[in-house]
Design a protein around this ligand. Structure first.
Ligand code: MOS
Length: 729
């Protein structure tokens, strides 16, 4: 039985606070933690499948053009080689799961260097890899494909454009104004688990073990790519070793494994190499961002301008949504916002953790620091003065808004010193030491979700959904929600995820996972509670459940009378989305040291304070914040995709050359969880925290670099060479 709930009104009843079990919000360790650290949690490539052949992708070595021939005989006689798969279905847009309406390329068309074009299948991985290297491919290359975003005429994304009032006039009249241009480099998701799939056919039934974030969409994408019915596909993704956007859609290893398994009549495994993941899956676009801020003498913004240039392949609909939170972060009635896309032939640009704010906020929050200095106002105070009462463009109220609390609580916990904003005041030997701060915002997303909850006759519960846990803690929070609602310890709740045989969840992406699927579980549990309440002649609201018993001591097992009680919760976001601007907010504080002679920056201390609705598990939420801030350090100091200017291929395509922060780069991070309940965000009053932790943090570091050594930089990442070049004499 399905219970459908569409949320059209805020729910401020905070029902979950009145429950008696007391497990929700607790910092419980991950349910699957032991399985993961002991190596018994199976990831996509690790399923023991009999008679499994190994496939290795072959990728294009031209930037734009056409594959004219693939000489299969060049490898078919090599040891162990079983087949070459060059089915045209392998190289369609659908095979990349980017879900564009119109495929931009026909069979054999190449639109970026590194695009998968074929698969070689062999008995062993080594044999397949060797043969893949020797496969002879001929191309017709279109010369002159543009690969430099600054060298083409960009397209304006008109639905992003805002012209309100007269910004130029506001700038001219302003007591203080800032007009600066920031750049950010491309980023890679760099998930630890490479993309992998094992496909197996049983007649026309296909089962694929894969590493994916959104099975509910991925099953449609795969059906589309293979031109078969969804009903014939089962996708399994029980454990995912990080996704960060790179596994939102299917990519070629999934399609290639399915095509190959069909062709050779055996299961086939395809694991992308680290280099292939970097070069073929998805990049975050580089950006160029002009920020204009006009303020009156007390720092109140009168004008706000944010224009950005990003890039993607021709025909792709995704454009890094750089301005997303700029639309409502700060006031200023004269506004000018614009997003432009350069069409170039680098690999596909797509979602990488916190698409938009991950790079938009570091630019905005850097510019705010410049304004604070010009206006002689403390940066925390400047932000407090410019928090708008409602969305400054659409006039909508905020569903809830914790920026001020985050700024204040963060400043207090960090020991922010309002007195010492002058740069170059503290030096220890070769090192300049300074502090900086930045605000954070990440829009709240929510999505339709279904989950089935079964209260078993034995008094345990089962939660089933195709929702994924990409390392975020989904297993654990769902056990906590069901446990809280049904009066059970989390050990009594079994959570089954990542299988399309279960009700369709929302997938993990855009920080919507917890609030969306948590609401579906909540709805299902509420329906079960109604049944239980009826059995004892009470109302659902009156029902107090704890440790498997009602308040009057009746055991759930007795109430169930030997029968399971199952309900499917179906949550759907309603009109409420149009009534409020909903966002998570936060503040970052950083202390850095900068070497006077080498320009090296070390982050000595960093703190983030975040308000994102109800905290479902204080430990997994904190871990998400720590992960986000760690990414902030990467954005600020080290991470940058480098493309060859001749053919647009990604040069630094491994973890030795693409520098994610390592343990030594990350100090102890302090997290302040600013509790709130957002009844308009979701029925469980929760928002998301998967991405907020990296939405602006890089600016706290950039601003601290300036405060430490006086080097004001506008280009991320702030590598030693750049810092040294900007260092005052
Ligand atoms: Mo996210 S970048 O929507 O996984």
């Amino acid at each position: 039985m399905t219970v459908h709930f569409k949320q059209n009104e805020p729910d401020n009843s905070n029902r979950l606070d009145g429950m008696k079990q007391g497990v929700l919000g607790k910092p419980l360790p991950r349910i699957e933690g032991l399985a993961k650290v002991t190596g018994t949690a199976p990831y996509a490539a690790e399923y023991p499948i009999d008679d499994c052949a190994e496939g290795v992708l072959v990728t294009a070595t031209i930037t734009r053009g056409e594959v004219t021939s693939i000489d299969r005989t060049s490898v078919l006689s090599m040891p162990g080689v079983i087949a070459v798969v060059d089915d045209e279905k392998l190289c369609t847009r659908a095979a990349q799961g980017t879900a564009n309406e119109a495929p931009m390329q026909g069979p054999g068309q190449v639109c970026y260097w590194g695009q998968p074009i074929a698969l070689v299948v062999a008995e062993s991985f080594e044999q397949a890899r060797d043969a893949a290297k020797h496969l002879s491919v001929e191309y017709r290359e279109d010369e002159g494909a543009p690969v430099d975003p600054d060298a083409v005429e960009p397209e304006e994304q008109e639905d992003e454009t805002v012209h309100q009032g007269d910004l130029a006039h506001a700038m001219a009249e302003a007591a203080h104004s800032v007009d600066v241009t920031y750049t950010t480099k491309g980023h890679a998701s760099a998930a630890m688990e490479p993309h992998a799939a094992i496909a197996e056919w049983d007649g026309d039934k296909l089962t694929v073990h894969a590493s994916l974030q959104m099975l509910n969409y991925n099953i449609s994408e795969l059906a589309d790519a293979l031109d078969i019915e969804e009903e014939n596909i089962r996708l399994i993704s029980r454990f995912v070793g990080g996704g960060f956007g790179s596994k939102l859609g299917i990519s070629e290893e999934v399609v290639a494994a399915a095509l190959a398994a069909k062709q050779v009549g055996r299961p086939v495994r395809v694991v992308q190499s680290r280099q292939q993941v970097f070069q073929t899956v998805m990049r975050r676009s580089e950006t160029t961002q002009r920020l204009r801020l006009a303020a009156d003498s007390d720092g109140t913004l009168t004008g706000f301008g944010h224009e950005a240039l990003v890039s993607n392949l021709p025909g792709e609909t995704f454009a890094e949504p750089v301005l997303q939170s700029s639309h409502f972060m700060y006031g200023g009635e004269n506004r000018e916002l614009m997003l432009n896309v350069a069409r170039i032939h680098r690999m596909t640009a797509g979602s990488v953790r916190a698409p938009g704010e991950a790079v938009g906020m570091p630019a905005l929050e850097g510019a705010m620091d410049v304004l604070a200095e010009k206006a002689g106002i403390d940066p925390v105070e400047l932000r407090l003065r410019n928090i708008p009462e409602k969305n400054p463009e659409e006039g909508l109220p905020f569903s809830s808004h914790k920026l001020a609390e985050c700024l204040k609580q963060g400043a207090e916990a960090f020991g922010w010193d309002r007195a010492s904003r002058k740069p170059r005041q503290r030096r220890e030997g070769e090192w300049w030491i300074g502090t900086g701060m930045a605000g954070a915002a990440r829009v709240h997303n929510i999505s339709e979700a279904k989950a089935r909850v079964t209260l078993k006759a034995d008094g345990t519960a089962l939660v089933e959904t195709d929702m994924t846990d990409i390392g975020t803690g989904t297993y654990t929070i769902l056990a906590q929600i069901a446990g809280e609602m049904l009066g059970l310890d989390t050990e009594q709740v079994l959570v089954e995820l990542g299988d399309t045989r279960h009700p369709r969840g929302p997938g993990s992406g855009g920080s919507w996972g917890a609030a969306s699927i948590g609401s579906a579980v909540y709805i299902a549990c509420k329906a079960i509670r109604e049944e239980l309440a009826a059995k004892i002649g009470a109302s659902e609201e009156e029902l107090d459940l704890r440790e498997g018993k009602t308040a009057s001591g009746e055991a759930l097992t007795d109430l169930l009378e030997g029968k399971d009680l199952a309900r499917e919760g179906h949550y759907e976001p309603g009109d409420i989305e149009d009534d409020y601007t909903a966002s998570g907010f936060g503040a970052f504080f950083a202390e850095v040291r900068v070497n006077h002679y080498t320009g090296e920056t070390r982050v000595d201390r960093m703190l983030g304070a975040f308000g994102f609705g109800r905290v479902l598990n204080a430990k997994t939420a904190r871990s998400q914040c720590i992960g986000g801030i760690t990414w902030s350090i990467g954005v600020a100091l080290t991470e940058a995709l480098e493309f060859d200017p001749r053919d647009g291929h990604l040069v630094n395509c491994d973890l030795a050359e693409y520098h994610v922060p390592v343990h030594r780069d990350v100090p102890d991070l302090e997290i302040v969880l600013v509790e709130e309940r957002d009844g308009a965000a979701s029925p469980i009053q929760a928002k998301g925290i998967g991405e907020l932790g990296m939405c602006g943090g890089a600016a706290a570091i950039a601003n601290a670099i300036y405060n430490a050594c006086g080097a004001r930089l506008y280009d991320y990442p702030m590598t030693p060479d750049r810092v040294l070049a900007a260092m005052p004499d």
